[in-house]
Write a protein that binds this ligand. Structure first.
Ligand SMILES: *[C@@H]1O[C@H](CO)[C@@H](O)[C@H](O)[C@H]1NC(C)=O
Ligand SMILES: *[C@@H]1O[C@H](CO)[C@@H](O)[C@H](O)[C@H]1NC(C)=O
Ligand SMILES: *[C@@H]1O[C@H](CO)[C@@H](O)[C@H](O)[C@H]1NC(C)=O
Ligand SMILES: *[C@@H]1O[C@H](CO)[C@@H](O)[C@H](O)[C@H]1NC(C)=O
Ligand SMILES: *[C@@H]1O[C@H](CO)[C@@H](O)[C@H](O)[C@H]1NC(C)=O
Ligand SMILES: *[C@@H]1O[C@H](CO)[C@@H](O)[C@H](O)[C@H]1NC(C)=O
Ligand SMILES: *[C@@H]1O[C@H](CO)[C@@H](O)[C@H](O)[C@H]1NC(C)=O
Ligand SMILES: *[C@@H]1O[C@H](CO)[C@@H](O)[C@H](O)[C@H]1NC(C)=O
Ligand SMILES: *[C@@H]1O[C@H](CO)[C@@H](O)[C@H](O)[C@H]1NC(C)=O
Ligand SMILES: *[C@@H]1O[C@H](CO)[C@@H](O)[C@H](O)[C@H]1NC(C)=O
Ligand SMILES: *[C@@H]1O[C@H](CO)[C@@H](O)[C@H](O)[C@H]1NC(C)=O
Ligand SMILES: *[C@@H]1O[C@H](CO)[C@@H](O)[C@H](O)[C@H]1NC(C)=O
Length: 485
């Protein structure tokens, strides 16, 4: 049957056939060879799927969607990625990557955006990540987010780092493809010329010349009004749109500015739960917060869900950026000297809340709640307290207030009591998702209780969740807790 392929290719070129049916099943021993052969002859395969998902038949065929199908991804709906800092994975093994992939996939994440810097050990960890995904036989995808604050990009030769990553993984089964092209993103890169006369030409030479097709959605820190000159971009990732720009709640104004300058190109929104970084001038010299009060993570997801048709992609920032306190994955790997504000602050309590929102973002409807859940988080120290900490308070510290932020998912109406010492508050709450807050004023332990008809349905006193008026340091990280699933 492989001999028939060249004529099949001719046939496809003359038609707008969307799928070819190949009599093979994944469990057949020659399946891998077949996919490789089809790939070689027809160009990058968009997707190999079980035909029952596509056709109303029971033939044990494999349908191989070929590269003329331009909107398969659109057909599958919104996608959610998580930004994964490969720089923090120095001691990862394939097993560690597998654990991350299985966990992320179980929460509705479709792919990791692998943030790649210029360190010589990184290709090895990238290989581990792709091996892990392949070994899992998962549909989970990976793609590159080139960190241009680390990868050199002044000369034409500098393009080879970026190009090598693209070509090495272009036909890997777990590479994210979009519009028949290898999906790629960046952090920064708005000044990269790669030896060319302009940034746009430099990136065209790097990603759009003599290379497999690349769908390029960078996060350039530029005025969106200049997008029209950046023809290399197939879309834009709005890194800073994930947090309020000032002392206000999150809104869609930054997203709107991007959308209105992108024309028909693709918009990728950012979504993040937190931001606090606390490096001294002697280390990375970054000491600031962005405002995350008023349930930032929840509010941001709700905005993306309301406008989900304009937001085909959302990237969670981040899976594991410990240095900036916006990780949602486990604390593992090698921290970037962030132990002082990260150890003891596991953020995985946010994962199931995120999962609930991701499901609504993809489907358009909030799913039924089958078990009461409590998600609750806060800074552990008063914003105005002083601490023996020579680094000083983070810039913009005045933008946060001392509250416990709680989200409940309720199977039925209930009374929810949040308590911490003398500060207590009881609210009558409908079934579904609700956001509640409680002022934190004195040394106390957090306790949230759900009651119905005076009967306790759930009481949650997370271990270690203690507000402390005498901070040992200026740690503005969030303590995050979730009641058991
Ligand atoms: C793809 O589809 C278009 C229009 O549907 C058609 O003109 C073209 O020949 C097809 N084949 C390839 C390989 O692009
Ligand atoms: C699918 O097959 C079933 C059973 O043969 C049939 O009733 C149904 O109409 C078919 N649907 C489509 C869309 O062809
Ligand atoms: C592309 O999407 C449109 C709108 O959803 C649909 O009508 C069309 O059949 C799709 N084309 C392909 C090639 O999937
Ligand atoms: C993946 O598929 C291969 C080949 O079919 C099989 O040997 C392996 O056990 C599978 N791995 C998992 C995790 O399912
Ligand atoms: C692309 O390949 C052509 C032909 O080999 C060559 O002339 C050209 O310089 C290459 N361009 C880049 C940017 O590599
Ligand atoms: C979001 O949705 C609201 C309500 O449908 C609409 O008024 C607003 O323009 C949308 N914003 C964006 C950025 O699409
Ligand atoms: C997107 O807009 C550009 C510039 O206006 C145009 O050349 C291109 O054909 C459009 N693409 C699609 C898919 O509409
Ligand atoms: C990596 O190092 C960290 C910090 O020492 C350690 O906690 C973790 O277990 C190590 N991970 C692996 C996979 O070796
Ligand atoms: C912290 O101090 C500022 C200025 O003195 C005040 O406006 C603010 O309300 C205080 N915050 C809290 C939580 O007490
Ligand atoms: C939490 O609050 C509930 C209801 O007020 C109470 O019954 C329970 O003892 C409290 N738990 C702790 C550990 O304080
Ligand atoms: C909540 O508390 C109020 C006041 O005690 C009571 O009337 C109401 O029935 C309670 N709601 C539920 C769902 O238990
Ligand atoms: C609460 O009480 C009301 C009225 O007595 C009753 O209809 C309802 O089933 C009760 N709910 C629970 C959870 O016991």
């Amino acid at each position: 049957m492989l001999f028939a392929m060249p004529s099949l290719r001719d046939a496809l070129l003359l038609s707008s056939v969307l799928a070819i049916s190949v009599h093979a099943r994944p469990q057949d021993t020659f399946f891998g060879q077949l996919v490789t052969a089809v790939d070689k002859i027809l160009g990058p395969i968009v997707q190999v799927v079980d035909p029952s998902a596509l056709v109303n038949g029971s033939l044990p065929n494999v349908v191989v969607l070929v590269n003329n199908v331009t909107n398969t991804t659109t057909a599958t709906g919104n996608l959610v990625f998580a930004h994964h800092i490969v720089g923090n994975t120095f001691n990862y093994t394939v097993e560690t990557w597998k654990n991350d992939i299985v966990l992320a996939a179980s929460k509705g994440i479709d792919a990791f955006a692998l943030n790649i810097g210029g360190d010589s050990w990184m290709p090895g960890q990238v290989a581990n990540a792709y091996s892990a995904a392949k070994n899992l036989n998962t549909t989970f995808k990976l793609f590159f987010s080139f960190d241009m604050s680390s990868i050199p990009c002044a000369s034409a030769n500098d393009a080879s780092t970026v190009r090598n990553y693209i070509t090495t993984y272009a036909s890997h089964p777990n590479q994210l493809l979009y519009n028949n092209s290898v999906f790629a993103s960046t952090f920064a890169g708005e000044s990269c010329k790669f030896g060319a006369s302009s940034v746009n030409q430099g990136w065209i030479n790097t990603l759009k010349t003599n290379l497999t097709n690349v769908y390029f959605v960078p996060s350039f820190f530029v005025d969106p009004a200049t997008f029209k000159t950046l023809t290399v971009m197939d879309g834009a990732f709005n890194w800073n749109g994930a947090w309020p720009a000032g002392n206000n709640d999150i809104n869609l104004s930054s997203d709107q500015t991007y959308l209105s300058n992108l024309g028909n190109r693709t918009y990728m929104a950012g979504v993040s739960p937190w931001f606090f970084t606390h490096y001294s001038p002697q280390t990375f010299n970054k000491n600031f917060i962005y405002r995350a009060d008023d349930w930032l993570f929840a509010q941001r997801w709700e905005l993306l869900i309301q406008n989900r048709t304009q937001f085909p992609f959302a990237e969670v920032m981040t899976w594991n950026d410990y240095g900036e306190s916006h990780y949602v994955g486990p604390v593992e790997g090698v921290q970037p000297m962030s132990q002082a504000w990260v150890n003891g602050f596991d953020h995985q309590g946010w994962l199931d809340l995120m999962k609930y929102y991701i499901s609504a973002y993809k489907s358009g409807t909030y799913s039924d709640i089958t078990k009461d859940r409590i998600f609750t988080w806060a800074r552990l120290y008063p914003v105005n307290a002083t601490a023996p900490d020579s680094i000083g308070k983070p810039t913009n510290y005045q933008w946060t207030e001392d509250y416990l932020w709680t989200v409940v998912l309720l199977t039925a109406p209930a009374n929810v009591t949040q308590a911490c010492g003398a500060s207590t508050s009881t609210s009558s709450v409908p079934a579904g998702l609700s956001k509640l807050k409680l002022a934190l004023k004195e040394d106390c332990s957090v306790n949230v209780t759900i009651t119905r008809n005076s009967t306790t349905a759930l009481t949650f006193s997370p271990a270690g969740f203690k507000f402390d008026t005498k901070p040992p340091s200026y740690n503005f990280n969030a303590f995050v807790a979730a009641s058991p699933p």
